[in-house]
Design a protein around this ligand. Structure first.
Ligand code: AMP
Ligand code: MG
Length: 396
C-alpha cells in the first residue's frame, strides 16, 4: 500500500502534456492559458475623469467660491485638446480625457453655473477625481502567465487589451465507464437487486470543467466484454475513468482486464479512506483510473487524483486542490494505516473562525450526504482528531 503523496507522484510521472490551440475569447473561460497576456497600451490610456464636473487648476480654486470662465467641453469619446489656462474651466464628463493644464476635477454638485461662468464652491486637491494615464498598468506589462486557469473575472482584462483569440491548452478527452452487472441507466426503474448509474453522471459533471467528456455504455461484470470495451475506448480518449470492479471480489474484473490487454499498472492500493483500491494504469497514450465503485469513493478519488491529472496535462500552474485550515466542531476517528479524506461542510462560528461540520455520514455509499460537502478534511492515519483542533482541509 502506498501513500497518497507517493501515488500522486506516480501519476505525475506518467502525465503527457497536450498541445495548445486557439479559442475565441467567448470560449476561453475555464481553460488553461498557454500564453502570456500583456497590456497593449497604458491603462487608462489618458488622464481620465472619474466624475461629471469641471476640470480646473487647483490653485485657481484655493479660495472659494471661485468664478471661472467655461472655455470648452470634454466628453467621453471626444476630448478638449487645448491647454487650460488660469482662470478658466472645462466642463468634463465621466470617462473623458482631462485637458492639459488642469490638475483636478470638481464634481458638478459643488458648482453653480451662470452665463458661461462657473462658480466652484469647494477647493480641489491635486489629482482629485482623476485616474492618471498608466496608473492601472503600463503598456507591455505581463498580466497573466501560462498555466493560469482563465476565470470569468479575467475576461474584462482580456477584452480590454484586444485578445479576441487566446492560446490555451487543448482539453483532454475523457471517457467514463461504469462497470457492474447491478448498474442500470438512469432512465430505467431498477428491478430487484439493481441500482441506477449515478457515478457516470457525477464524473461527467466533475470532469467537464476541465475536459471534453463522453459517457460510455455501462459494462457488465464480464472479463472478455470489459477487455474489449477498454481496448476500444482508449483509442479515442486521453484519460479513461472506470468506476467499480477494482476490489478483490469474484466479479471485480477491472484489474484483470487491464493486465490482460497489456496496460501497465502503477498502483492498485493507496493508503486512503475512502479509496483504498484505486488503480492507476496506462495503455498506449491513455491514462486509466480505476476508481472504487462507491459514489463517495469515486468523488474523493476523482478530486484527489484525476482532477489533478487533467489539469497537469494542460500544464496548469496549480493543479492541486486548494488547501487551508479549519476548526473541528466534532472529534473525528482516524483509520488504522490509512489517511482519511472525509467530506465535510464548512461554516463560520461566532468568533469568525472557519469550522468543519461533519456530514451525517454513514459511509462511502452515502452520496446524499456528500452532496452537501464543501471540503475534504485530512485525518492522518492512526491519529484521532479532537474537537476544537485545527485540521487541514482541501476545498472542493
Ligand atoms: P464495486 O467497486 O464494483 O465493488 O462497487 C462498490 C459499490 O458501489 C457497490 O455497492 C456498487 O453497487 C456501487 N456502484 C458501483 N458502480 C456504481 C455506479 N455506476 N453508480 C452507483 N453506484 C455504483
Ligand atoms: Mg462492481
Amino acid at each position: 500500500m502506498i501513500s497518497i503523496t507517493e501515488a500522486k507522484k506516480l501519476v505525475e510521472k506518467e502525465i503527457f502534456e497536450l498541445k495548445s490551440e486557439t479559442v475565441k475569447l467567448r470560449h476561453c473561460q475555464g481553460r488553461i492559458l498557454a500564453q502570456t497576456i500583456c497590456s497593449d497600451m497604458d491603462m487608462p490610456p489618458f488622464d481620465r475623469s472619474q466624475m461629471d464636473g469641471f476640470a480646473v487648476k487647483s490653485e485657481d480654486v484655493a479660495k472659494t467660491p471661485a468664478k471661472l470662465k467655461i472655455v470648452g467641453e470634454s466628453i467621453a469619446g471626444k476630448g478638449w485638446h487645448e491647454t487650460l489656462s488660469s482662470g478658466k474651466a472645462v466642463r468634463i464628463m465621466t470617462g473623458a480625457p482631462v485637458p492639459k493644464g488642469a490638475d483636478s476635477v470638481q464634481i458638478v454638485e459643488l458648482t453653480l453655473e451662470e452665463n458661461g461662468f462657473i462658480d466652484i464652491l469647494k477647493p480641489t486637491r491635486i489629482a482629485q477625481n482623476i485616474v492618471s494615464k498608466g496608473t492601472e498598468i503600463k503598456e507591455n506589462e505581463p498580466i497573466f502567465e501560462p498555466g493560469e486557469l482563465i476565470s470569468d473575472k479575467m475576461i474584462a482584462t482580456l477584452a480590454a487589451f484586444g485578445y479576441t483569440e487566446i492560446l490555451v491548452a487543448r482539453k483532454p478527452r475523457v471517457a467514463i465507464l461504469a462497470t457492474g452487472s447491478e448498474i442500470v441507466d438512469i432512465e430505467k426503474t431498477p428491478s430487484r437487486d439493481q441500482i441506477r448509474n449515478s457515478n457516470s453522471w457525477m464524473l461527467e459533471a466533475f470532469a467537464k470543467k476541465y475536459a471534453n467528456v463522453e459517457i460510455l455504455p455501462i459494462a457488465v461484470d464480464d472479463l472478455v466484454g470489459l477487455k474489449n470495451t477498454i481496448s476500444e475506448s482508449i483509442a479515442n480518449c486521453d484519460c479513461l475513468i472506470i468506476s467499480g470492479g477494482v476490489s478483490v471480489g469474484n466479479y471485480d474484473f477491472t484489474k484483470p482486464a487491464l493486465r490482460e490487454i497489456g496496460a501497465e499498472i502503477f498502483f492498485e492500493t493507496v493508503s486512503l479512506k475512502p479509496g483504498k483500491p484505486t488503480v492507476f494504469a496506462k495503455l498506449e497514450n491513455t491514462l486509466i483510473f480505476g476508481l472504487p465503485g462507491n459514489p463517495v469513493s469515486v468523488a474523493v478519488t476523482f478530486y484527489v487524483f484525476v482532477q489533478e491529472a487533467l489539469l497537469m496535462m494542460q500544464k496548469a500552474k496549480h493543479p492541486e486542490l486548494k488547501s487551508g485550515f479549519a476548526k473541528l466542531t466534532n472529534p473525528i476517528k482516524a483509520t488504522k494505516e490509512r489517511d482519511g479524506l472525509l467530506p465535510v461542510s464548512l461554516e463560520t462560528n461566532k468568533n469568525g473562525e472557519l469550522t468543519v461540520e461533519t456530514l451525517r455520514f454513514s459511509g462511502s455509499s452515502n452520496f446524499i450526504a456528500f452532496s452537501r460537502a464543501d471540503a475534504l478534511v485530512f485525518v492522518p492515519r492512526d491519529k484521532n482528531l479532537e474537537e476544537g483542533e485545527i485540521a487541514e482541509i482541501y476545498l472542493l
